[in-house]
Ligand binder design. Structure first.
Ligand code: NDP
Ligand SMILES: O=C1O[C@H](COP(=O)(O)O)[C@@H](O)[C@H](O)[C@H]1O
Length: 585
């Protein structure tokens, strides 16, 4: 996948000119204005030279040869040149083709998330004019069979919207299927021929989404890069989690992938980074004067990252038993949110500036120790006349499994901003509800004039900022106020930004944002390899110790609030979980 000058695509040679500066075939400026009105509505008349990625930066959704996979802005071109460049980008896009191959297309994630996200992008006119989607897996299917399978889940977000049915039909016509083995160069060469045929000689940009078990990542990357890379555009690969199971296996996976791909081509996905409220975390903090001055050990007592699901591992026990909740949720989703929460102000919104700051936070953290962690596993439970299975009742889970389905942990960041502040994480399956949130508990008001009105429990009077990631997205701040009337009674109220009340439109799924960014070459929401190394360094010693010492998890009933040990862990650091026992329980 190295840079090389290739001839322009035959069908468009008359409309292209070679730019030696950018090492790319650029379009002549003929049909730009006709075309611009047809592209993604993100391009408005007032700023129609810019396609926006999720950080508001112009996209480089343009065909470029291997080595030029970065933003033109990085080349330091001036604003007029940029404008020209973006006009050219739009033209180039009309003359190029985007091929997305979903590897593992017969699987759960592809059906549940990837195809619906692609359809939503198509519905919103956010995909380039010439795009196709190929499903690839071993299961033998025809194009029509794939379309029938995915059509059942495509409607999830926008089925009530205008023309959804027509749009769906149009989208499905762009979906194709190729059956092949994951380690067969020959099968990937066949895929390449099919892709070429559909791309019809246009500049081709290719995105491979590895929605497959991790043990076959390298085979697929080898075959795809050798046999099905784009010859004249970019080739990128989205890699699903789990990315290794400890520091060594993760480093080995990166080493193997880098035999075939450059770091710039690898998009390690963490879908929590694509969630609306996680995106809003930085906006809230860096665009509101009132928060940033409070964002440190001086005013924040503790921060909590909480993930709970009201269902077990049903159907995914085979995968889960090899990983457990710490690897499944904490080491990636919750730690990524923590890094965004705690990082210093980045130099800019550029992906590398943000990722540099995240790495610094991760590298300032103390690796987790056993004494700062508790683990649990759900057991069978009868409730309301219904029997709920225990984790080990799953036929794909060994009967004597001690894999944790719940964990709580206290982490610390050894830097000037956060010294001594506990960052608590809690993640569990088969709990009493589904929820993900960030809770920031502030310190007590020193010399509080009203302390008598709160009784002895001053914790009840501390301000708490909550970002509810899901469900029912919201940001609310718990404050103290006076109850109206002649007396002086105090109350706790929420200043509440409830998304469904404020923005009555549906919120895009995380996979939509992430796919759009991968297509745009925007890496901000993907995990860089040094970030991943730093993340694994924090968890690997603990994971090894848990396994070596065969630590048994505390059992908790399916549908409960989890093991009581989580409360003792919090109490050790003078913390109460904000999600239990109070108004938000
Ligand atoms: N499902 C989810 O909610 C989430 C999944 N992920 C990750 O995404 C990836 C895909 O997940 P999911 O769709 O659930 O996975 P699946 O188990 O459904 O696997 C996807 C496809 O891969 C092929 N496959 C499965 N097992 C093997 C095997 N042992 N050897 C070779 N091929 C196999 C199958 O296709 P065929 O037999 O047709 O070749 C299958 O349809 C995984 O890495 C997973 O960890 C991440 C977050 C959430
Ligand atoms: O990555 C994973 O995430 C899902 C939860 O994702 P959500 O977007 O539905 O909150 C989790 O169920 C799964 O175990 C894990 O692998």
């Amino acid at each position: 996948m190295a840079a090389q000058i290739t001839p322009p695509p035959s069908s468009s040679s008359s409309s292209l000119a070679f730019s030696s500066e950018f090492n790319v075939w650029k379009p002549r400026r003929c049909c730009f204005f006709k075309w611009v009105s047809q592209v993604c509505p993100r391009i408005r008349p007032t700023n129609h030279f810019r396609i926006k990625s999720s950080n508001g930066h112009p996209l480089n959704a343009v065909s470029m040869q291997g080595g030029m996979d970065g933003s033109p802005l990085a080349k330091g071109i001036n604003p007029e040149e940029q404008e020209e460049f973006f006009i050219d980008i739009l033209d180039t896009e009309a003359l190029s083709a985007l091929s997305i191959t979903v590897v593992g297309a017969s699987g759960d994630l592809a059906k549940k998330k990837i195809f619906p996200a692609l359809f939503a992008l198509y519905y919103e006119d956010c995909l380039p004019k010439n795009f196709i989607v190929f499903g690839y897996a071993r299961t033998k299917l025809t194009d029509e069979e794939l379309r029938n399978i995915i059509s059942t889940t495509l409607t999830c977000r926008i089925d009530k919207r205008e023309n959804c049915k027509d749009k769906m039909e149009q989208f499905l016509k762009r979906c194709f299927y190729h059956s092949g083995e994951y380690n067969s160069e020959e099968n990937f060469a066949e895929l390449d021929s099919k892709l070429k045929k559909k791309e019809a000689g246009k500049l081709s940009n290719r995105l491979f989404y590895l929605s497959i078990p991790p043990n076959i990542f390298v085979d697929v990357v080898r075959c795809a890069s050798m046999m099905a890379s784009s010859a004249n555009g970019w080739t990128r690969v989205i890699v699903e989690k789990p990315f290794g199971r400890d520091s060594e296996s993760s480093a080995e996976l990166t080493r193997c992938l880098k035999k075939y791909l450059t770091e710039d081509q690898i998009f390690r996905i963490d879908h929590y980074l694509g969630k609306e409220l996680v995106e809003n975390l930085s906006v809230l903090r860096f665009s509101n004067l009132i928060f940033e001055p409070l964002w440190s050990r001086n005013y924040i007592r503790n921060v909590q990252f909480i993930f709970s699901e009201d269902f077990g591992t049903e159907g995914r026990g085979g995968y889960f038993d090899n990983y457990g909740i710490i690897r499944d949720i904490m080491q990636n989703h919750l730690l990524q949110i923590l890094a965004l929460f705690a990082m210093e102000t980045p130099v800019s919104l550029d992906a590398e500036d943000i990722r540099n700051e995240k790495v610094k936070v991760l590298r300032s953290m103390k690796p987790l120790e056993l004494e700062d962690v508790i683990i649990g596993q759900y057991k069978g439970h009868n409730k309301g006349g219904r029997a709920y299975p225990g984790y080990t009742d799953d036929s794909t889970v060994p009967k004597n499994s001690i894999t944790p389905t719940f964990a709580a942990a206290a982490l610390f960041i050894n830097n000037a901003r956060w010294d001594g502040v506990p960052f608590l994480m809690k993640a569990g399956k088969a709990l009493h509800r589904k929820r993900a949130e960030i809770r920031v508990q502030f310190r007590h008001v020193p010399g509080n004039l009203y302390k008598r009105n709160f009784g002895t429990d001053l914790d009840k009077a501390t301000n708490e900022l909550v970002l509810r990631v899901q469900p029912d997205e919201a940001i609310y701040l718990k404050i103290n106020n006076k109850v109206p009337g002649l007396g002086m009674r105090l109350d706790r109220s929420d200043l509440n930004l409830l998304y469904r009340a404020r923005y009555p439109t549906e919120i895009p799924d995380a996979y939509e944002r992430l796919l759009l960014d991968a297509i745009a070459g925007e890496r901000r929401l993907f995990i860089r390899s040094d970030e991943l190394d730093a993340a694994w360094s924090l968890f690997t010693p603990l994971l090894k110790e848990l396994e070596a010492k065969k630590i048994s998890p505390e059992l908790y009933p399916y549908g409960s609030r989890g093991p009581v040990g989580a409360h003792y862990l919090a109490a050790k650091y003078n913390v109460r979980w904000g999600d239990v026992g109070g108004e938000d329980d």
